[in-house]
Design a protein around this ligand. Structure first.
Ligand SMILES: [Zn+2]
Length: 95
């Protein structure tokens, strides 16, 4: 089943970035609106970090909601900090 991939967006403009689809790590991808660019390898590294963050936050929120009203379990975890990313994906974790 193809089509499981997610669009990679510029972190600032939220528009899909453009680049060659040759799968080369050194291919440069850039934002058509603001022109921010990086190699495919770096773009994927940044996007992976972003996915990690939104997944962590979604898990934490899910846990918090399921524990709400339970006075025997106290969650004192800090919210996952929100960072800014040069590139993001439109990945949405489901819990
Ligand atoms: Zn941009």
């Amino acid at each position: 089943m193809a089509g499981a991939s997610h669009s990679i967006l510029c972190g600032r403009c939220k528009v899909p970035i453009e680049g060659p689809s040759d799968g080369n790590d050194q291919s440069v991808f850039s934002c058509p609106r603001c022109g921010v660019s990086d190699t495919r390898k770096e773009v994927l590294r940044i996007v992976a970090k972003h996915v990690e963050e939104i997944t962590a936050r979604a898990m934490q929120e899910g846990l918090r909601n399921s524990m709400r009203g339970n006075r025997f379990i106290k969650l004192d975890s800090k919210p996952v900090p929100k960072r800014t990313y040069k590139f993001i994906s439109d990945f949405k974790p489901k819990f």
